[in-house]
Structure formats: structure tokens, C-alpha cells
Write a protein that binds this ligand. Structure first.
Ligand SMILES: Nc1ncnc2c1ncn2[C@@H]1O[C@H](COP(=O)(O)OP(=O)(O)O)[C@@H](O)[C@H]1O
Ligand SMILES: [Mg+2]
Length: 340
């Protein structure tokens, strides 16, 4: 199949996306697909739909080319057009587009909405579920209304004249996070009012709307759902601190166990809670829900990732591996779902 693997973009997760895209492209090619790696904002050296999928292809060179474009991000605002020249034509000529983007302008449903209108097929969730899941404030409201357990939380906006003391809202420690961020960028755990003030300042560097949440002291997990089927639970245990950007992407900094060492009843409860969360947010295709469990074994859904990390060692691929599905075939499965 002719597959455009779309990566890069201009979110805070651009670099991570290039890594996902490279691995997905290689994996799809390894099982015979004509996959090409393309930057949603900068395109690729060959954008002609007649030539792009033909002949020899070097995925690493394509990734290197994408990295060389990173310094040109300010151009995107100046030219007032997000998509690279020729991108929509290339995507239209593909059997499907593999969405290897993460974060803003990729995971948030905007591209999906445009593709839907243009009849371009793509992997993952549709625009609505993507948009809802991207907004942690909105997702939390839906979790609450749907009876999906989630930590207590409030929203603090940059323009708010008075900022409530943490002890008066969710207590301390608390977690401060940008409402629409990802990869733990701008996320802090505050243990004192002073740290809380600093955490707000840090969060506002990224966004005008922050979520302040009750801190859940316990174990962390994540659970994927693919095509309505819930995958095995993976436990995430950073060796130091919480699951921040470094612990997410630095090899060896986090112990990941799949299937998680949990009694069967808790595994089942977590999987059914995750399925409720997935349905409440109207997700489709696939996604991965982040979960905490406190010392009394209470389960809390933190958030949903509609385009979770996609390298062979990322969480969802590890879950698939526990089911005997290797990385390339997981990628192919996501492609097949997108064609229905
Ligand atoms: N309420 C919470 N209690 C404890 N830890 C949390 C809480 N919220 C977030 N965290 C930690 O911060 C990390 C990032 O938060 P998350 O809500 O998943 O945002 P994102 O992954 O989109 O940046 C989590 O993986 C977890 O380690
Ligand atoms: Mg997360």
C-alpha cells in the first residue's frame, strides 16, 4: 500500500514525532508497504505523487532532512499556511496517511477534520474524539459526568485576577499541567504553596489554561485500546521522580512492566475503567489512557492519548507485543482500521 507517514509539525513534541514517524515508516516498509516519511509542515524532498512512492527509499535520510527543517519553524506562521506545498495532493494519492504526529496541530483533531472534508484516509481517532481528548479540562468534565474516576481538579487561567491557594482547592501536594500539553512538558508536582506558585509560572510558559489536580500517591499505569479491544496493562515506574519528559524518553530511566504485576480483579477493573473512558471521550481507531492507582487501590484516569508514541519500545507497542503482535504488524493493523 502507498502510505504517507506524517510526522514533524510544530508542536512541543516535534522531535518525538520524528522518532515515531521514522520507526513507523521503517516498520511498514519492512513488511512490503510503500511508506514514505513526510513532514506535515515542510513536506519531503520528493513530493510528486507520481514519484514519491517509487524506487529506492532511505527512511533515515528522510528523518535527517526533517530534522534539518526544525530551525525553520517560524516560517510557518509567516507563510500563514500550516500544510507543506503539495502535501494534500500527496496525501490524497496515498491509500492512507499514518498519523505519527503528537501534540498540537496533529493530535488535536484539526488535521483530521481537514482530511475528513477532503476524503483523505488516516489512522487513529476522528477529529471530534481527538479534540476532546486533547483538552484535559474538557476530558475531565466528561469523565466526571460519565462516572469515570479522575483526580479532583480545577482550572487556573492566566487572566484570573486571584489565584486560589492550592490548599483551598485540591490540597498539597498537587499537580500543575498545561490543559492541552503532552509528553509532560510544563507539568510539575508542587509540595508547598511556594512550589505551587512556581509551578503555575512554569505552566504558563506553555499555555494560558492550566489544570491543577489532586496528587495521586501510588502506582502509574497505561492501557491501550485498539479498535475497541482493550490491551494488557503496562506499569510505568520511573527510577527517580515522576514520569516527566526525561523519564519518558531517556532509555533506562523508567521500568516498564507489561503485563503489569496486578491481581486479576484489579487488572480487569482497570481495563473496564479504561474502556469506559475511551467510550466517554468518543475515541475510535486506537488510543492509550494514562491511569494512576492510589495506595487503597482506587483507580483514576488521568488523560487519553489519541496519537500515543509509536516506536518499538513505546508503551502501546509493548502492550501489543505482550499479545504477540510485533511492531510492524501493529502499524499495519492501525492502517487496516483506517481503511474501513
Ligand atoms: N494527578 C496526578 N497525580 C500524580 N501524578 C500525576 C498526576 N497527573 C499527572 N501526573 C504525572 O504527570 C505525568 C504527565 O501527566 P499527564 O496528565 O499524563 O499529561 P501528559 O502526558 O499529556 O503530559 C503522568 O504520567 C504522571 O506521572
Ligand atoms: Mg500522559
Amino acid at each position: 500500500m502507498k502510505i504517507t507517514v506524517l510526522a514533524g509539525g510544530n508542536s512541543t513534541e516535534r522531535d518525538v514525532s520524528i522518532v515515531s514517524g521514522t520507526q513507523v515508516c521503517k516498520a511498514l516498509r519492512s513488511i512490503g508497504h510503500q511508506a514514505v516519511l513526510v513532514d506535515v509542515c515542510f513536506g519531503a524532498p520528493e513530493m510528486d505523487p507520481e514519484k514519491a512512492f517509487e524506487g529506492e527509499y532511505d527512511t533515515e535520510a528522510a528523518a535527517e532532512w526533517m530534522r534539518s527543517c526544525t530551525g525553520r519553524l517560524s516560517e510557518i506562521r509567516e507563510r500563514r499556511s500550516f500544510f507543506a506545498d503539495g502535501l494534500l495532493e500527496l496525501c490524497s494519492a496515498s491509500d492512507t496517511v499514518f498519523m505519527a504526529l503528537h501534540g498540537q496541530n496533529g493530535e488535536d483533531g484539526k488535521i483530521q477534520a481537514a482530511f475528513e472534508l477532503m476524503g483523505i484516509r488516516y489512522t487513529g481517532c476522528n477529529y471530534l474524539g481527538s479534540a476532546i481528548a486533547m483538552d484535559k479540562e474538557l476530558a475531565k468534565q466528561i469523565f466526571r459526568e460519565s462516572g469515570v474516576p479522575t483526580p479532583a481538579g480545577i482550572v487556573v487561567r492566566r487572566r484570573d485576577e486571584v489565584r486560589p491557594a492550592a490548599k483551598n482547592v485540591v490540597g498539597l501536594p498537587c499537580v500543575v499541567k498545561p490543559s492541552c500539553g503532552g509528553s509532560s512538558v510544563g507539568v510539575s508536582i508542587a509540595r508547598t504553596e511556594e512550589e505551587y506558585e512556581k509551578a503555575l509560572e512554569e505552566g504558563f510558559r506553555y499555555e494560558d489554561v492550566l489544570l491543577v489536580e489532586q496528587y495521586i500517591d501510588g502506582r502509574e499505569f497505561s492501557v491501550g485500546v485498539v479498535d475497541g479491544e482493550v490491551y494488557p496493562v503496562i506499569e510505568i515506574a520511573p527510577i527517580e521522580g515522576f514520569y516527566d519528559y526525561t523519564n519518558k524518553y531517556k532509555a533506562g530511566s523508567t521500568i516498564e512492566t507489561c503485563p503489569a504485576d496486578l491481581p486479576a480483579d484489579l487488572t480487569e477493573e482497570m481495563q473496564s475503567t479504561v474502556l469506559d473512558a475511551y467510550r466517554a471521550l468518543r475515541l475510535q481507531g486506537y488510543g492509550r489512557i494514562d491511569v494512576m492507582m492510589d495506595k487503597e487501590n482506587n483507580i483514576y484516569c488521568l488523560e487519553a492519548n489519541t496519537l500515543p508514541g509509536m516506536t518499538p519500545t513505546s508503551l502501546l507497542p509493548q502492550e501489543a507485543a505482550a499479545l504477540g503482535i510485533d511492531f510492524a504488524h501493529l502499524c499495519e493493523k492501525l492502517v487496516e482500521i483506517s481503511l474501513r
